[in-house]
Design a protein around this ligand. Structure first.
Ligand SMILES: [Zn+2]
Length: 437
């Protein structure tokens, strides 16, 4: 088995021009590896081996999550896109499977080296490094967010405390007694810790824990400035979204640096990104200001390499020039999921834009649903918005929200107000778009 290329030192600081020749070499090597070793891609490419380099990637068909799922069902446990011999696998993760079949993710020793080098860059950009002591409070069971992110944190040179989930009282003691300076957790976890502090440590305030840096995964709440501001005020730490990844591709390959709230794409030596029009799949230029679905191709991956994988995430590419932090790594913002995109009179609308408007109103609880009946096309956004406790439906409020949606998003909306607590609360990500047959 030929050795796979490893990470390029400080690839996130290199200019696109400096990186390009090595990216081309990596793709040429990877493309012939796929054509030779991946049954899945040999079938998808009808036995052809890609030629023409990265500029010709657009000629290849897409792959997507549904195809991988179906393939793992037929070829358990790793799918016929497992290109390596089974004995090359040294780590296996599973996704939770709460929204369907669990996916099995296999990594070779080389895959792991690249994964932690790139993941480490994401956390380093957020300000973590030698001298920091960071407590990692994600679940270590099966999924990548536990062990693999732990190793990503270690790759920064920081000392990592493997805490996992549960027992908040013990976590508070651990933070204080080990003089922990940073925490890696979900955006909803600080609220849980605040309650634990109030209950078990009378007189202590979250700020007293001395945390300087909060590293969070990319849930939508983080982009809400008031949520973020409240967290920073309560805890006295800097809030960074330092954990964007696509589990089938790479655990973590984008995060915020200290100079911008956009996400640096720090994995250019391991994956090649493209933007495409979500509805037609037509390629869009990789240029600041463009927006589209993020499509990813492994430049280096031994176990389960993918080419032109549709991530389902819609991103806006915000900058490609040198950042004030010294990194050339391109910057982007995640706007939403393709499954959540609603087209109203030709306008692509994402729930994140609606969330921003709903969150501005004190009379609203923050919960809402876009309820679509029939296949469309839709001429207005049908919106059910829940009132906050103590508020009654008022036609003036509905009209006000409709006017704001028109002004900020550009679409007409039909808003119905719902009484407090009438929408279901679900664990994890709430589905904002309900499609009725
Ligand atoms: Zn930067």
């Amino acid at each position: 088995m030929p050795e796979f290329p490893g990470p390029i030192a400080d690839a996130d600081f290199l200019s696109p021009t400096d990186l390009r020749p090595e990216q081309e070499r990596r793709w040429a090597r990877q493309a012939s590896y796929l054509a030779e070793r991946s049954d899945f891609f040999r079938a998808l490419w009808a036995g052809e081996s890609p030629s023409g380099g990265l500029d010709a990637l657009g000629d290849l068909p897409f792959s997507d999550k549904e195809m991988l799922r179906a393939d793992q069902r037929v070829h358990p446990p790793f799918g016929s896109y497992l290109a390596a011999a089974p004995e090359r696998i040294v780590r296996v993760h599973r996704t939770s499977g709460t929204t369907g079949q669990a996916m099995n993710l296999a990594l070779s020793a080389g895959d792991i080296v690249l994964t932690s080098a790139i993941g480490g860059r994401g956390f380093r950009a957020a300000g973590l490094g030698p001298g920091h002591r960071v407590v990692h409070t994600l679940n270590y069971q099966l999924w990548m967010g536990g062990l693999t992110d732990h190793l990503n944190l270690e790759a920064t040179g920081a000392a990592v405390v493997p805490f996992g989930v549960g027992n908040s009282e013990r976590l508070v003691r651990t933070i204080v007694e080990l003089a922990v300076t940073a925490i890696s957790c979900t955006p909803s976890y600080p609220a849980v810790l605040e309650r634990a502090i109030a209950e078990h440590f009378p007189g202590m305030k979250p700020r007293d824990l001395g945390l300087k840096l909060g590293l969070f995964g990319g849930e939508a709440g983080l982009d809400n400035p008031s949520f973020r501001g409240r967290l920073e005020e309560t805890w006295g730490f800097r809030v960074r979204n330092a954990n964007y990844g696509v589990s089938d591709v790479l655990c973590l390959f984008a995060g915020q640096c200290e100079a911008t709230d956009d996400l640096h794409f720090v994995g250019m030596d391991g994956i090649w990104p493209e933007l495409v029009e979500p509805e037609t799949g037509a390629p869009k230029p990789w240029r600041a200001g463009e927006q589209g679905e993020l499509v990813l191709t492994h430049l280096v991956k031994e176990c389960q390499p993918l080419a032109r994988f549709r991530s389902g995430d819609i991103v806006a590419l915000t900058a490609t020039e040198l950042c004030a932090c010294g990194r050339f790594a391109p910057r982007m913002r995640v706007i939403g999921r393709t499954d959540d995109m609603v087209v109203v009179r030709g306008l692509n609308i994402f729930p994140s834009a609606v969330t921003a408007i709903v969150n501005m109103h004190k009379a609203l609880s923050g919960e809402y649903r876009i309820v679509l009946s029939g296949p469309g096309p839709y001429d207005a956004l049908p919106l059910e918005v829940e009132l906050a406790k103590g508020h009654a439906p008022a036609p003036a409020l509905a009209q006000e929200i409709e006017a704001e949606i028109k002004r900020h998003i550009g679409a007409s909306a039909r808003v119905s107000l719902l009484t407090p607590d009438s929408l279901p609360r679900t664990e994890g990500k709430t589905r904002r778009v309900l499609r009725l047959a």
